[in-house]
Each structure stands twice: as structure tokens, then as C-alpha cells.
Design a protein around this ligand. Structure first.
Ligand code: HEC
Ligand code: HEC
Ligand code: HEC
Ligand code: HEC
Ligand code: HEC
Ligand code: HEC
Length: 439
């Protein structure tokens, strides 16, 4: 390489945009090799090496990020729509923050959308020095969908700009909620409102210990002490407070909450409101619903499909919402009745053996009944029931009736007797109710 060529390159470095210069920074030392010269970064680019250097400072984070949801997801493609751009495009997010807007105030879509990349979260290439690792914003976030609610959780505020609900919970009009679509719900990412204990239907909660005591909220658990850029929470982030924890299921709370998620999901599917109990597949099956059912549906979507921490973000509020929603979906006690239809000796042998048959009809004038059992029939005047009890009658829908025949040993000389009967039934939630005289 001739001196002139080298000068030519140096001349270029003073006239072209910085983005090209990084390439030259790499080229210049290479060209100098073999001539015994020292490799030298031009003074005006020295600060570039705060970041662009021989360490894994950038590449270590880039490797982790590129396998994360931010680095692999395809939701950034939605950013051509202005209503989606502020949260779904990294570039539009930076512009939104600079303009002091919230996501619902963005008026133009981004037609060169980027993922939630380094530049979205960090102030990359603002001063071209190491201070550009500073986060794009850590200001408290007013949750725009939930009036009067501010999230102030340290550097987790960065995350909350995007991970906040887009819609507040529904409120019924004349006992009915309308406008339910297959995309209905708070939108993906209500983790911040969950930490605050708000955003569920028909029930407000209070802020979690994980909001109040975990400094930097999201960032402490999801990035941890080593700034893990997979954004996957680590158990190491829990043990400072939960000594000895070996997984996230601390105190068995995730297991307990998952069981309630499953129970509520099944109730919603059985009632025809939800398409599936698998959160990845599930969507509402109705366009309107009685408010109680709509509230339960909203809360299941919020917890199972959108928050997805199985209660970790706010154990108390999550469990309270599930309990309240299960109660809203439970039909309550069926109304069972029993009446005598026919009394007879079924055969000559029964007559001589004093074995009397009684046909009963069990009626259900209430809600759907499950696992109906005749549990008891105790008689006076020395009469005793001969049929084995309890006897299963099975499920009885509202308004249904079912026959059952019992036989009694009637001592000779006895011409009348009374029998007191008892039954049990369950409602759609498995709560057992008792009727009449139990054994
Ligand atoms: C705060 C750390 C930091 C500093 C300081 C810094 N950069 Fe970068 N730079 C980055 C990051 C992060 C990327 C993106 C890396 C990635 O996506 O893999 C990047 C990417 C680049 C790229 C690749 C093209 C692009 O834009 O993505 C060039 C060229 C570049 N930087 C040049 C420079 C120059 C020239 C300077 C100094 C004038 C500089 N950088 C200072 C962090 C920094
Ligand atoms: C610019 C908006 C934005 C910011 C800021 C942001 N996220 Fe996200 N995040 C998203 C979007 C959008 C997705 C979904 C990406 C996709 O699927 O294409 C996502 C996905 C995720 C996922 C993956 C979920 C999965 O299903 O695997 C986690 C975890 C996550 N974000 C945590 C965080 C944390 C922690 C922070 C703060 C350090 C943060 N996010 C900051 C927008 C953002
Ligand atoms: C307030 C910020 C915000 C706005 C506005 C927003 N989103 Fe999202 N969206 C997110 C976040 C955050 C996630 C990821 C949350 C998670 O994984 O928990 C996400 C996830 C998604 C996903 C799921 C991605 C996947 O792979 O599962 C789709 C689809 C989506 N958004 C579509 C849209 C559309 C369409 C719009 C505009 C009409 C929109 N979003 C507006 C924040 C937003
Ligand atoms: C979703 C937001 C988000 C994205 C995307 C992101 N980071 Fe970070 N990064 C953080 C947060 C939060 C921290 C913790 C630092 C803090 O709290 O100030 C951090 C810390 C860092 C640090 C340590 C900074 C220091 O001052 O020691 C480096 C280096 C870094 N990130 C590099 C990157 C690179 C490179 C990329 C792109 C491949 C990237 N980050 C993408 C949120 C993000
Ligand atoms: C106390 C620690 C903690 C805090 C604080 C926290 N998270 Fe989480 N987060 C978790 C754990 C643990 C899980 C569930 C992991 C599991 O069971 O797979 C989770 C799950 C998630 C998921 C679903 C990930 C997936 O793969 O489905 C997202 C997205 C998320 N959190 C984002 C956030 C955001 C955004 C914030 C702040 C607003 C936040 N988290 C605050 C610990 C925390
Ligand atoms: C700064 C302290 C702190 C950190 C760090 C922390 N927690 Fe907690 N956690 C608490 C407090 C305080 C409570 C009780 C108050 C509450 O439930 O809101 C709690 C309660 C819980 C509960 C309910 C426990 C039970 O017995 O029912 C679970 C589950 C939980 N945390 C999971 C986690 C996980 C998973 C992490 C790490 C990803 C974590 N916590 C990190 C302070 C912390």
C-alpha cells in the first residue's frame, strides 16, 4: 500500500459520515501493518472504543438478545400502523420517547420498523461515548389506559412504556358487556399493571411486594445482577429475599395459581365463552356476554394469556382475581326435590318376602346438577331400606327429572310408613350441596 493511497483513505475519513468511519477504523491499522507503525485510533474516534473494542461488551449482549423475544419476535412488523408503532418498533419507540408521547399519541406508522433492539432501550450513538449505555428513559410512566395510575419502578419504567395495558377492564351496561372480539383483552404485556394490582375486571387489588421492594422491578428480576439480555428471569434474582429458592414456584404459589387458571379456563370453555384452555390458542368465542361472565373471561385472558407469570408479578392480586372469577362462573346450588310416583309389590316373591317397591321421581328446579346421589332413605315403623345406598343418579340439567326405584323391608302387620330421603349434588364448580336427611 502506498503512502498516497493511505493519505487518500485518511482524507476520506474526515469527509464521510461516522457510520462509514468504523469500517475505516478497522482498515487503517491493517494497512499500517508490515510497516512497523503503531495501530492508532484517530483521536476523534477514541470514545468509540468505549464500546467498539476487543471485549464481548457488545457481542455478549447481542448474542443473548438475538435469542430473546425482543430479538426473534415478528410483532415489530405491525409497526406500519401508527397505533402499534410506539411499542412495536424500536426506532418509533425512541422517537416517541424523544417527543414525550405515550404509545396512543403516536400519529405515524414506521415503514422501516426495527425490533426492540439496542437502540430502542439504550441511547446508542447520541454522544458516541460510553455514557450512551444510559437507558432511553427511566421516567415514571402514567398508564394511559388506566386513568390516574402511574408506574414508578426504577429502571423497570423503561419496560413499562411498552409492557402496559392498551385497554382498561370492561364495565357492564345493563348487566351486559358488548364489543367482545377475538382480540379482546388488555393486549399483551400488562405486567406493569399487574404489579400495581390494577387492570383486572370487577376487582381492584394493591401493589405487590415485588413492586414496592424489588428496586428496578422488571430489570432486577428479568436482567439480574449480570444484565442478562435474554430477558428471562433467573432464580438468582429471587434468593436475595427468598433464601434457598430453587425455582420460581416459591411456597408452591405458582402451582396453586396454575390450578385455578385451569379451573377457570375449563369453566369458561364449558360455558362457551372461550375457545380453548391453552393460552396460546385461546380467544373469546362470543361478541357479548352477561357482565359476570365477561369479567371472568377478561381476568382469565389477563392472567393466563397476557401476564403469564403464573402469579409471580402479584401473587395476592392474581389469586384474588381468579377466586372472584371462579365464583362469578359458578352456578350455585341446584334445587332438588323428590316425590313418590308409585308404591307396589313387584312380584309374588316380593309380596311373600315383604319387599315393597317405591318409584320416586327426583326433580331439579335449579341450576345444572352434577353427580346427583340418593344418599339416604330412613323409614319409621320398623321399615328399612333394602336397596344399596348411596345410589348414583348422574348429572341432571336444570329442569330435568329422573326416576329411581327403592325397595323396603316391611315387617308383617305394618300398613303405613314414612321415609325421609337424602341426596347430594354438585354445581358446575364441584361444590357439593346436601338435600333432605343425610345418613
Ligand atoms: C455506547 C456504546 C457505543 C459507542 C460509544 C459507539 N457505538 Fe457504535 N454501536 C454500538 C452498538 C450497541 C451498536 C449496534 C451493535 C449491534 O446491533 O450489534 C453499534 C453499531 C455501530 C455500527 C454498525 C452500524 C450500525 O449503525 O449499526 C457502526 C458503523 C458504529 N456503531 C460506529 C460507531 C462510531 C464511529 C462510534 C464513535 C464515533 C461509535 N459507534 C460509538 C455502541 C456504541
Ligand atoms: C419498545 C417497547 C418495549 C420495551 C421498551 C420493552 N419491551 Fe419487552 N417486548 C416488547 C414487544 C413488542 C415484545 C414482543 C415481541 C414479539 O413477539 O415480536 C416483547 C417481549 C418481551 C418478552 C418476551 C416474552 C415472550 O413471550 O417470550 C419479555 C420477557 C420482555 N419483553 C421483557 C421486557 C423487559 C424486562 C423490558 C425492560 C428491560 C422490556 N421488555 C422492554 C416491547 C418492549
Ligand atoms: C402499549 C404498547 C403496545 C401497543 C400500543 C401495541 N402493542 Fe402489541 N405488544 C406489546 C407488548 C409489550 C407485547 C409483548 C408482550 C408480552 O410478550 O408479554 C405485544 C405483543 C403483540 C403481539 C403478540 C406477538 C407474539 O408473537 O405473540 C401482537 C400480535 C401484537 N402485539 C399486535 C399489536 C397490534 C396489531 C398493535 C396495534 C394495533 C399493537 N400490538 C399495539 C405492546 C404494545
Ligand atoms: C429491552 C431493553 C434493552 C435492550 C433491547 C437492550 N438492552 Fe442493554 N440493558 C438494558 C437494561 C435495562 C440494562 C441495565 C442497565 C441499567 O439499568 O442501567 C442494560 C445494560 C446493558 C449493558 C451494561 C451497561 C453498563 O452501563 O454497564 C450493556 C453493555 C448493554 N446493555 C448492551 C446492550 C446491547 C449491545 C444491546 C443490543 C444487542 C442491548 N443492550 C439491548 C436494556 C436493554
Ligand atoms: C419479582 C420478580 C419479577 C418482576 C419484578 C417482574 N417479573 Fe416478569 N416474570 C417473573 C417470573 C418469575 C416470570 C415467570 C417465569 C416462568 O414461570 O416461566 C415472569 C414472567 C414474565 C413474562 C412472560 C414471559 C414468558 O416467557 O411468557 C413477561 C413478558 C414479563 N414477566 C415481563 C415483565 C415486565 C415487563 C415487568 C415489569 C413491569 C416484570 N416482568 C416484572 C419475574 C418478575
Ligand atoms: C426484594 C425482595 C424480593 C425479591 C428479590 C423477590 N421477592 Fe418474591 N416476595 C417478596 C415479598 C415481600 C413477598 C410477599 C408479599 C407479596 O406477596 O406481595 C414475596 C412473595 C412471593 C411469592 C408468594 C410466596 C408465597 O408463599 O405465597 C412468590 C411466588 C414470589 N415472591 C416469587 C418470587 C420470584 C420467582 C422471585 C425472583 C424472580 C422473587 N419473588 C423475588 C419479596 C421479593
Amino acid at each position: 500500500m502506498s503512502i498516497n493511497q493511505k493519505r487518500g483513505f485518511k482524507y476520506l475519513t474526515f469527509t464521510l459520515a461516522p457510520a462509514l468511519l468504523i469500517v475505516l477504523m478497522v482498515l487503517v491499522p491493517t494497512m499500517s501493518m508490515g510497516q512497523g507503525e503503531e495501530s492508532q485510533v484517530p483521536a476523534e474516534f477514541e470514545t468509540c472504543t468505549d464500546c467498539h473494542n476487543d471485549t464481548t461488551l457488545i457481542t455478549g449482549k447481542a448474542t443473548a438478545w438475538s435469542g430473546s423475544g425482543h430479538g426473534t419476535g415478528t410483532a415489530y412488523l405491525r409497526s406500519t400502523n401508527a397505533g402499534c408503532a410506539g411499542c412495536h418498533s424500536g426506532g418509533a419507540f425512541s422517537a416517541m420517547v424523544a417527543a414525550g408521547q405515550s404509545p396512543n399519541q403516536v400519529t405515524t406508522g414506521d415503514h422501516s420498523p426495527t425490533r426492540q433492539s439496542c437502540r430502542a432501550c439504550h441511547q446508542i450513538h447520541e454522544t458516541y461515548t460510553g455514557t450512551d449505555w444510559a437507558l432511553e428513559t427511566t421516567a415514571p410512566v402514567g398508564l394511559y389506559a388506566i386513568e390516574g395510575t402511574t408506574f414508578d419502578g426504577g429502571s423497570g419504567n423503561l419496560c413499562t412504556n411498552c409492557h402496559q395495558p392498551r385497554r382498561a377492564a370492561p364495565v357492564g351496561v345493563d348487566g351486559q358487556v358488548t364489543g367482545i372480539s377475538s382480540h379482546w383483552g388488555p393486549h399483551h404485556g400488562p405486567q406493569s399493571s399487574m404489579l400495581l394490582g390494577t387492570g383486572g375486571a370487577a376487582l381492584e387489588g394493591s401493589a405487590a411486594g415485588h413492586y414496592t421492594f424489588v428496586g428496578d422491578t422488571c430489570v432486577s428480576c428479568h436482567l439480574g445482577a449480570n444484565d442478562n439480555h435474554t430477558f428471562t428471569p433467573s432464580v438468582a434474582a429471587c434468593t436475595t429475599c427468598h433464601a434457598g429458592a430453587s425455582n420460581f414456584d416459591i411456597g408452591g404459589r405458582q402451582t396453586a395459581i396454575q390450578a385455578k387458571i385451569d379451573q377457570l379456563g375449563t369453566l369458561l370453555v364449558n360455558a362457551g365463552l372461550l375457545s380453548s384452555t391453552d393460552p396460546a390458542e385461546a380467544h373469546p368465542n362470543v361478541s357479548s356476554a352477561p357482565e359476570d361472565q365477561a369479567y371472568a373471561l377478561w381476568n382469565w385472558i389477563l392472567i393466563a394469556k397476557e401476564d403469564r407469570s403464573k402469579g409471580v408479578h402479584n401473587p395476592a392480586y392474581t389469586e384474588d382475581l381468579l377466586d372472584a372469577s371462579i365464583a362469578l362462573m359458578c352456578d350455585g346450588a341446584p334445587a332438588l326435590s323428590i316425590m313418590v310416583d308409585n308404591v307396589y309389590w313387584a312380584s309374588l316373591a316380593d309380596y311373600t318376602g315383604r319387599l315393597l317397591s317405591v318409584d320416586y321421581i327426583i326433580g331439579n328446579g335449579g341450576t345444572n346438577a352434577f353427580n346427583v346421589m340418593l344418599t339416604n332413605s330412613s323409614a319409621n315403623n320398623g321399615v328399612s331400606v333394602a336397596s344399596p345406598l348411596p345410589a348414583s343418579i348422574g348429572d341432571m340439567t336444570a329442569g330435568a327429572s329422573a326416576p329411581i326405584t327403592l325397595q323396603y323391608n316391611v315387617p308383617s302387620g305394618v300398613s303405613t310408613f314414612r321415609a325421609s330421603n337424602g341426596a347430594t349434588a354438585q354445581d358446575n364448580c364441584g361444590t357439593t350441596y346436601e338435600y333432605g336427611t343425610q345418613p
